[in-house]
Design a protein around this ligand. Structure first.
Ligand code: F2R
Ligand code: MG
Ligand code: MG
Length: 309
């Protein structure tokens, strides 16, 4: 077999950002129960017939915007940026929506982020945008984990949610460096502080090592397809590893068959897949039909320039 040509860094970073948005937009029609799916049929397309993205991509773009303007994680700026972009029609999580509306009405994020759930949200909203941290801080490995946790904390202060963000950021950075599926999983496992993650990491590692023919139903039952960080982050790491050498569409079809929080698992797995394979391997026709694809790609290129400094 011919060795694969090397994929350059810009190509991988663009793959991560576009892969996140594409996973989100293509996964959104499959997310949640019948009511959420029916609603997305009505509001899931732009006027020019493109696939709309959801809160996952919106928050990733907001995070990129804040990092590019501030040159670092500035949690006050980030809170304002997230809150300013909030629109119900992007399908935010219920707690996240309330936190953002409170920040927009003038409450300090340090208080708002624990005002719905006293311990802070353990939803996957901090992790779903974390690939951006993996790209921006790729050349600063000493700051990567802290940065990921800080970006999550603004809306998702629970340790499980901040762990999820750190895991996805570190894995994205490893994928940008060309790491294999097991290395990616191990790097993520090393930054998890909460014991609840251990069992899922062990299952995912066994499945990847054995190349096990696991069904979508098994993945949902054992790793999770839920809206919490615990029930989605290891799932995304596993799927990105399993489908790394297969088409992006195959990974998305498998994820959609598993059901549940399809947009967010697809966004995180899509970012990891894109970082591993590069933007040129993403399905071009689907990118052409993605809302604001050109602007998303432009943001990715700006992140590359910033990440190289
Ligand atoms: N909201 C959606 N999708 C609509 C419905 C999904 C469907 N019902 C399904 O089950 O798949 N999508 C968006 O929300 C998801 C999570 O985003 P985020 O920002 O983390 O939301 P939130 O509201 O902060 O947390 C999610 C829910 O988890 C429970 N929860 C969180 N922390 C808790 C705590 N400390 N104690 C108790 N419960 C806690 C709450 O029910 C939260 O509402 C993403 O998929 C995004 O696409
Ligand atoms: Mg979403
Ligand atoms: Mg979701």
């Amino acid at each position: 077999m011919q060795p694969k040509p090397p994929i350059d860094f810009e190509e991988r970073c663009r793959g991560a950002v576009l892969g996140l948005a594409l996973g989100d937009a293509l996964g959104a029609p499959h997310e949640g129960g019948p009511i959420e799916r029916l609603l997305w049929r009505w509001i899931g397309s732009t006027r020019d017939g493109r696939r709309r993205f959801t809160d996952d991509t919106q928050m990733a773009l907001d995070l990129a915007d804040s990092l590019l303007r501030c040159g670092k994680v500035d949690q006050d700026d980030l809170a304002k940026t997230f809150a300013g972009s909030y629109r119900w029609s992007r399908g935010y999580g219920p707690a996240a929506a309330r936190v953002l509306k409170r920040i927009r009405s003038g409450r300090d994020w340090r208080e708002a982020n624990r005002s719905v759930h006293r311990t802070g949200s353990f939803g996957n909203g901090g992790a779903m945008r974390a690939p951006i941290v993996g790209v921006f801080f790729h050349a600063q490995p000493e700051n990567l984990v802290t940065a990921a946790r800080q970006t999550a904390e603004v809306t998702h202060a629970h340790p499980l949610a901040m762990d999820g963000a750190a895991m996805i950021a570190v894995a994205t950075s490893a994928a940008l460096a060309g790491a294999d599926a097991r290395t990616l999983l191990d790097r993520a496992r090393q930054v998890a502080t909460q014991p609840e993650y251990a069992e899922r990491f062990a299952i995912a590692a066994d499945w990847l090592t054995a190349n096990a023919p696991v069904s979508p139903r098994d993945v949902r039952a054992r790793l999770g397809m839920g809206i919490t960080a615990l029930a989605s982050c290891v799932t995304a790491l596993y799927l990105a590893g399993r489908f790394r050498d297969q088409p992006f569409e195959a990974m998305l079809a498998f994820t959609a068959a598993a059901g549940g929080d399809v947009d967010t698992v697809s966004a995180m797995a899509g970012a990891l897949w894109g970082a591993a394979n590069g933007a040129a391997k993403l399905p071009a026709a689907a990118i052409a039909r993605l809302e604001a694809a050109e602007q998303i790609d432009a943001v990715a290129r700006q992140l590359v320039a910033a990440a190289r400094v």
